[in-house]
Design a protein around this ligand. Structure first.
Ligand code: GTP
Ligand code: MG
Length: 205
């Protein structure tokens, strides 16, 4: 059974757990390097142009941003449900002070460690860039907190289709997983979005 997203709205931004919105619904969060395309993917899934703010300059998203998403079951329009999408600030941006890096870490650790609603994380990496130490540390952090995650290779429109396999193999080797478990997406060309939604469904239905 699939879902069809019918409505989404911005709930709030927060830094500390005491400011997170209380919710009876599951959280699905988006994480990855600055500029990798987290906010863009979130917009694509929601079918919205810019509910999550995007930017050509890295470091746009600085807070933990909560969105409320209403969906219907595709086979039964009468059945509906809700899920929260969380746009997280990116990491790995060089022009960030040590203090800012520390507060980012603290923000992530509180969110992963204290948000009981968190059900799964989409970990984004640029399909063209080999995942680096920071991406591997992020994957490790998610494992440490026992949070299911989906590795998603973004901006697939930037490489020729024939080269995708090679890039995905490279990423799979880095993360030590099967190539098949990495999802290539293009928010620009709306490619691979259904697969990401399918993974989210498997966690929330
Ligand atoms: P931070 O909030 O700074 O951490 O960045 P982010 O990961 O949210 O990235 P964002 O969605 O703001 O996108 C960064 C840039 O990449 C923007 O200029 C987007 O237009 C571009 N971008 C995002 N997704 C795609 C894609 O699928 N294809 C192409 N070609 N560009 C993309
Ligand atoms: Mg962003």
């Amino acid at each position: 059974m699939g879902i069809r997203i019918v409505e989404s709205s911005f709930l709030k931004s927060a830094v500390n757990p005491k400011d997170y919105p209380s919710s009876e619904f599951a959280d699905i969060a988006f994480v990855g390097k600055s500029n990798v395309g987290k906010s863009s993917l979130l917009n694509s899934i929601l079918g919205r142009k810019s509910i999550a703010k995007t930017s050509g300059k890295p470091g746009k998203t600085r807070l933990v941003n909560f969105f409320l998403v209403r969906f219907k079951h595709s086979e039964n329009d009468e059945l509906e449900g809700f899920v929260n999408f969380i746009d997280l600030p990116g990491y790995g941006y060089a022009k960030v002070s040590k203090g800012e890096r520390e507060s980012w870490k603290k923000m992530m650790r509180s969110y992963f460690g204290e948000r009981v609603q968190l059900r799964g994380v989409i970990l984004l990496v640029d399909i063209r860039h080999k995942a680096d130490e920071k991406d591997l540390v992020m994957a490790q952090m998610l494992e440490e907190y026992n949070i299911p995650y989906l590795i998603t290779a973004t901006k697939s429109d930037k490489i020729p289709v024939t080269k995708a396999k090679g890039y995905l193999d490279e990423l799979a080797k880095r993360f030590n997983i099967d190539r098949g478990s990495i999802t290539a997406v293009s928010s620009l060309k709306k490619k691979g979005i259904e697969r990401v939604i399918g993974w989210i469904e498997s966690l929330i239905l």
